[in-house]
Design a binder for this molecule. Sequence first.
Ligand code: ADP
Ligand code: MG
Length: 920
Amino acid sequence: MVGTPATPLCKVQRTPAMTPGGGPKVREEKILVTVRMRPLNQREQAMYDLIAWDSVDDHTIVFKNPNHERPANQYSFDRVFDPSSSTRKVYEDGAKDVALSALTGINATIFAYGQTSSGKTFTMRGITENAVKDIYEHIKNTQEREFVLKLSAMEIYNETVVDLLNRDSGCLRLLDDPEKGTIVEKLVEEVVKDSQHLKHLIGICEAQRQVGETALNDKSSRSHQIIRLTIESSLRENAECVKSFLASLNLVDLAGSERVSQTNADGVRLKEGSHINRSLLTLTTVIRKLSGGKKSGHIPYRDSKLTRILQNSLGGNARTAIICTISPALSHVEQTRNTLTFATSAKEVINNAHVNMIISDKRLVKHLQKEVARLEAKLRTPEPTSASCLQSLLMEKELKIQEMEREMEELKRQRDIAHSQLEQERKARKVQKGLNQRGPSSKGVRCLFFDSEPVPGSPDARPRKTVGRYSTLRQSTTSTDPSTLVHEIRKLEQRQRQLGEEANRALEVLHKEVSSHRLGNKETAEAIAKMLFEIKDMQAISSIPEDVMIGNGANLKEEITRLNSQGCTIESLEKKLENVQKSIDILVSSISNGEETPEFKTQMKKKKILPFTLKNSTNMQNIIRAPCSPLSSSHKIMEQDIENKAPEDNENVSSRSHKSPGSFKTPPSKADARQVSSREGTPSTKQTNSVDVKKMQRMFKNAAEENIRSIRAYVTELKERVAKLQYQKQLLVCQVLELEEAKESETDDAESDLQSPMPWHMVFEDQRKQIVMLWHLCHVSIIHRTQFYLLFRGDPADQIYMEVELRRLTWLEQQFAELGNASPALLGDEPAGLVASSIKALKQEREYLAKRVSSKLTVEERELLYLKWDVPAVGKQRRLQLVNKLWTDPLNMQHVQESAELVAKLVGFCESGINVCRHT
Ligand code: ADP
Ligand code: MG
């Protein structure tokens, strides 16, 4: 049970457009009045009563005058039902249309009016039954709408209103609401679940009805009963539509309309009768007044409870049907006449029904809640598309910024390199000036390297035996043909190009390999991203112009300038290779956490993995600092490289020697020679390359980690080769310089030619001492020292290498001196970058060599060496102590010799191998 129901009247909203059937906004309609005449009942039959009325047609009823004393009275109504008419027929023709209006938002009221025992209750019971049936039929057929039915019922007895669904609530008050009109206070409104429930509720109402005994009818009721069915309906699907139909159907079974005088009532009955009369009297008055049209003046609705409650149904916002029940008996003629008179009045009353639309609070709240939720959701997460769009845009921007930052870094780096190159050239110029003290002769040299005026008498205090040097130069240059040099430059360019291409190929493979890796690790992902960027960057810079026309000796300067200008490319290639390698290292370490390199090394050896068919890639684990290029910080050299390569090397060297005996007979390192010669575009090389690709493809099917390691090894090798190329380039530059110088000196001062040259062996010894000292001062790699020392031992062909090394070291030492403004060997704790890195690298190299002491030397050998090199018998890190003593005394040539021998042994240089290479 629910609380006080809202009287539909009060909720009414005038929205006429919604009137079903496209009718007028406000339907002006007369009350539907029908007359039902029941058959003669048993009592009447028993008293031989006569049938006084005759329904001549469906609309007319006529009083049958048995005496023909008076002309027949004739009454016309919307419908007249004779005694044979079924209740269904009465419902169909006299109530259905009005009753079902309530389903479409139009209030409806069905009255049964008539004297006691005329059949009001009988008829209304039938009407109610039929209406309930049809209402549920309609609901069933109108699935698009949701219907809510509520039932309330009241009884007006002695002008008191009683709740038939809750008789305990006693007499209910009528309240006047300015908006809602008259409402019955505390009237229970029961929500109806279904038709059965409704029938059950109606049954309760019937049982509760006051029944009194009268002389006329045993079961006649003295009260008015109003069953009110409230029907609210709304569209199910349209959540936006918050409006609902709301209407009530009043089924009114009135008390008997007979006059009080006709009842044989005592006091109480009289009182009852008068009360009944009052409500009925007011009803008849209201109907009479309403039937007279608008000019009728005041309508006394408020005179009775009944008319107050049903005000809407009497000339107001409702469709109304009145079924007047009559007895056919002649004995009730007067009452029947009264009823027919009332009915005649009633049919003139005009109602103004309209569709009642309400905005249901519940529905509105629900709708608003939904809307609020939707807006809140929208606020929280703007537009899903725009949000993700913004996010991706931001990320894109972020990436662009990062890329730009990297580009800026790279540009800065290149600028710094350019700066240092300029610096380098300035220094070289100073050196050059020191060398070319013969004035005009220096011009030719100068124009190759310098763009500014030489500073006369600049301090160049390097203790040099210039006479010896010059004679050496003369010796070397006389055997150097300009065209051969051009040829050499071409070759060098080609190698440079090939190296770039090869690096690209390897990087492409690496790129694919790395891309194919799906490693969730964030660190790895970052490493990969970084590497991919570097690789891309590298591929872009390592393309070197190919279409170089073969010139002649006259373009030698241009050639060398061009080659020199490519130095930057080579250097950045080298630098980038280094970066890539670092990235690979990070990647490898993140892939195989804790996997040690030696393990991998042995694994590699066992499996004989030779990536890219480069034999020396297998043993790249030994990181050795080679000083060939100041930029190359680490080089990996094969231990047995020289031995392995000796025969091939010999072939190359000899074939070249045949072509140009006076030219570049041997590159500075045998390994270099092999590297270079194997990359000179011979058919065999091409074959090797194609095999490489296949091998690569096969390899990449195998363990990905191993592949990356292999690529790392290969990158290392590329780095090494780039460094070697750099070295060769320097040599070439020097040779061109010498050639120029020789030309100058030939034309300028022929007499110097006559000067008796210093014997080569003396010049060699002198240069070697200088070089050893410079090595020491510049913290040059002791492996390089060893290599160089053992490789160049006074052969006339060594002149050019000695000269280049000397020049390079001189430059380096000047750099150091400039940086530290002091002798680099004496620098404090914080030497400038170049010095610091050299010292650090040397330290690492010594640590590396110390580790090899145990593996390369027997216990006896070690003990002997400790003794010889004054390493204390007891102490920590004896091996390192030993290595730290090597190459420390540049003035003691015996010390130098022994240092070189020991280092060669530790690194695995085979002296005999070197010798074999050198002397073929
Ligand atoms: P009222 O409510 O007007 O006092 P009732 O509905 O109680 O009268 O009817 C009195 C009696 O007449 C009931 O026994 C009822 O069954 C019977 N009756 C009324 N109308 C008809 C009818 N049309 N056909 C058959 N019997 C009827
Ligand atoms: Mg009755």
